[in-house]
Design a protein around this ligand. Structure first.
Ligand code: CU
Length: 403
């Protein structure tokens, strides 16, 4: 005879590890209100009960949150599990620990990893790739700039997370001064000649790409007191002006030129950032593009642009049909994405470096062969699996932004 088991009333709660720790909230359904505690009744037959967990306060160290399961009546602890709220933050505000974990993982990826290696990331973004990934900058009539780069930086971030699971890609908020970013302890300080210098303890001191050690980057603006600024052309569009470009994807896409293109151009042309064929040689590339992606995420949130059937979310639905479609393959929501699809030749580039999209284990999105539509609703707000990357200024629960 089986032992008698009673139904149990339990309470879930988030217990922080102390000051500076993260916190989570609980939801009974994806669009329900979030609460710091959740009462559940576990049935006597052992069947599972579904609920959602969302980050409410970002972690600063790994595993700095405990989810505890307690008895609803007595408060007795049944079990607990540690985790972190891993989220993309403003690089200028990282703690020294967050900064150094990120730099260590990035330097290790650059120096030692293969399949893919850092050169593969450079090759994904080279001249051959340009017809797949840029729009207004090159006069291509393409619309996949934001979608492609969203996956590109997520791929890099997942490579770093394979090295250190507590790392997120930080963003360079290029319309504001970032004096903590352009330092010898972080992305390098300007030595006055275009060559950066790093402190000996900075892991980026080993940075090497294309047969050269070091990074060439000479800012044309005062990194201590100013956001990105091109002498003669003026400052980059501010965040609020970027979000005001328009409420349709087509209008918002103008950000590819300003602030995105401008952010590349506010450095001297002696370095790689101004050159599409070489731009990712500078590790700052990924922090720059993280901010471009964040601006899109903010715009999506304030304008509710996750609905794939709305042409203002993205204007090209369906799949490319040869001889019929006005746009090129790779522009339609149901097209697969190069290079992760391995497609070469014809309207695709001649090579497809880097292999399939890296899997995260906890989510199936984007899939190993990503499709454009998977990049749009990265939060899973409309029901698709989330990509498990998000920004500190986007509120998952209330769909509001804190900027
Ligand atoms: Cu770019």
């Amino acid at each position: 005879m089986a032992p008698q088991v009673n139904a149990a009333n339990v309470v879930l709660k988030s217990a922080g590890a102390g000051a500076g720790g993260g916190a989570v909230v609980f939801l009974v359904a994806r669009t329900a209100g979030a609460n710091p505690t959740l009462a559940l009744t576990l049935s006597a037959d052992g069947s599972s009960v579904n609920f959602y967990v969302a980050g409410s306060v970002a972690s600063t160290t790994d595993q700095d949150i405990l989810i505890q399961v307690t008895d609803a009546a007595s408060g007795a602890l049944y079990g607990q599990r540690s985790l972190m709220v891993r989220i993309r933050k403003n690089a200028n505000g990282l703690t020294a620990g967050e900064r150094d974990r990120f730099l260590s993982a990035f330097a290790k990826f650059n120096l030692t990893q293969s399949n893919p290696n850092y050169q593969n990331f450079l090759d994904m973004h080279n001249t051959a790739a340009n017809t797949q990934i840029h729009t207004t900058v090159q006069g291509n009539t393409r619309y996949s700039f934001l979608l492609w780069h969203r996956n590109f930086i997520l791929d890099l971030e997942r490579q770093l997370q394979k090295i250190d699971a507590s790392v997120s890609l930080p963003y360079w908020k290029f319309d504001e001064p970032a004096p903590n970013l352009f330092t010898a302890d972080f992305m390098g300080a300007d030595g006055g000649t275009g060559s950066l210098y790093f402190n000996p303890t900075n892991p980026l001191i080993t940075w090497a790409i294309a047969g050269k050690i070091g990074v060439i980057r000479q800012p044309l603006f005062n990194v201590q007191t100013s956001g990105g600024n091109i002498p003669g052309a003026g400052p980059l569009l501010t965040q609020s002006d970027t979000l005001s470009l328009g409420t349709s994807f087509m209008l918002f896409s103008a950000l590819e030129n300003n602030p995105h293109g401008y952010a590349h151009e506010c450095f001297a042309s002696s370095g790689p950032l101004t050159d599409i064929t070489r731009a990712p040689q500078d590790p700052l590339f990924f922090l720059l593009h993280c901010n471009v992606d964040r601006l899109w995420a903010l715009w999506q949130t304030v304008n509710s642009r996750y609905d794939l059937t709305n042409p203002d979310t993205y204007p090209h639905s369906g799949a490319y049909i040869p001889g019929v479609s006005q746009q090129t393959i790779g522009d339609y929501l149901e097209d697969t994405m190069w290079p992760w699809n391995g497609a070469t030749g014809g309207t695709r580039p001649p090579t497809a470096p880097g292999g399939q999209f890296p899997e995260l284990g906890v989510t199936s999105s984007p899939s190993a062969v990503p499709v454009l539509w998977q990049t749009i609703d990265y939060q899973g707000y409309t029901g698709q699996p989330p990509s498990y990357a998000d920004y500190d200024v986007v509120n998952f629960d209330t769909q509001t932004v804190a900027v």
